[in-house]
Design a protein around this ligand. Structure first.
Ligand SMILES: CCCCCCCC/C=C\CCCCCCCC(=O)SCCNC(=O)CCNC(=O)[C@H](O)C(C)(C)COP(=O)(O)OP(=O)(O)OC[C@H]1O[C@@H](n2cnc3c(N)ncnc32)[C@H](O)[C@@H]1OP(=O)(O)O
Length: 184
């Protein structure tokens, strides 16, 4: 895909292997927040991505484009497709058990995606250097080996949980992440 040097890992960047104690191959990954637009089960018009990891290092999920996701009539909105890529990439880096946020997201749109299409999403990590993780994803139409409609490359930056507490809603975090100490 067309991408910038900012999302390309430098030569020699370490590609992480599955975490010891991380999710077993085949594990379904839960939502990180019930009201998340990408994965929240309680979001009325969200993407409802339910991801799994086939190998402990990459993530797969399906997204069926609905009425709420249109840009042109009966076609998916490009920003919604970018959100799907952002989410599946975010899930793949969360496999490494540290919180990350999107720093940069690049997207190539190769095919129009009609409402009703199921996109088969896959995300993986190409390397981590310090706090910077270099990731990629693709979305294929109709099947895991279907035609590629969307490709993305991203730079995610490691943060700590204080990032979410400081800038977001600490009570909501505590309500859903019981292992999170509000006042450590
Ligand atoms: C119930 C609650 C649950 C809570 C959550 C639980 C954990 C869940 C975890 C995971 C879920 C997965 C699903 C998530 C959903 C998808 C992810 C999203 O959509 S996230 C939202 C969008 N993104 C932001 O809102 C970031 C906004 N930006 C920032 O906050 C800052 O800019 C931040 C943290 C990214 C960096 O700020 P600095 O001050 O910490 O660090 P600096 O020094 O600026 O950057 C560090 C390095 O990164 C590079 N960098 C940063 N941004 C860059 C960019 N845009 N392009 C290129 N390089 C960049 C810098 O050049 C620097 O590099 P050098 O170390 O000097 O080599």
């Amino acid at each position: 895909m067309t991408r910038s040097s900012l999302t390309t890992p430098p030569a020699g960047a370490a590609v992480p292997s599955p975490e010891a104690g991380g999710p077993e191959p085949g594990t379904t990954l839960g939502s990180h927040y019930s009201r998340c637009f990408g994965c929240g089960t309680e979001h009325p018009t969200g993407l409802h991505l339910a991801a799994r990891t086939p190998d402990g290092a990459t993530v797969e999920a399906e997204f069926t484009v609905g009425e709420a996701h249109q840009g042109a009539p009966r076609l998916a909105h490009g920003g919604v497709l970018a959100a799907a890529m952002d989410e599946v990439i975010g899930m793949s880096v969360y496999l490494f058990r540290k919180p990350y946020v999107t720093g940069r997201l690049e997207t190539d749109y190769l095919l129009p995606v009609p409402v009703g299409t199921t996109l088969h999403l896959r995300a993986w990590c190409n390397g981590i250097v310090g706090r910077k993780a270099y990731l990629e994803a693709e979305g294929r139409i109709g099947a895991p080996d279907g035609p590629v409609a969307v490709r993305a490359a991203a730079l995610f930056i490691e943060v700590d949980m204080a990032h979410f507490a400081e800038h977001g809603d600490v009570a909501a975090i505590a309500a859903e992440h019981h292992d999170y100490e509000v006042n450590p």
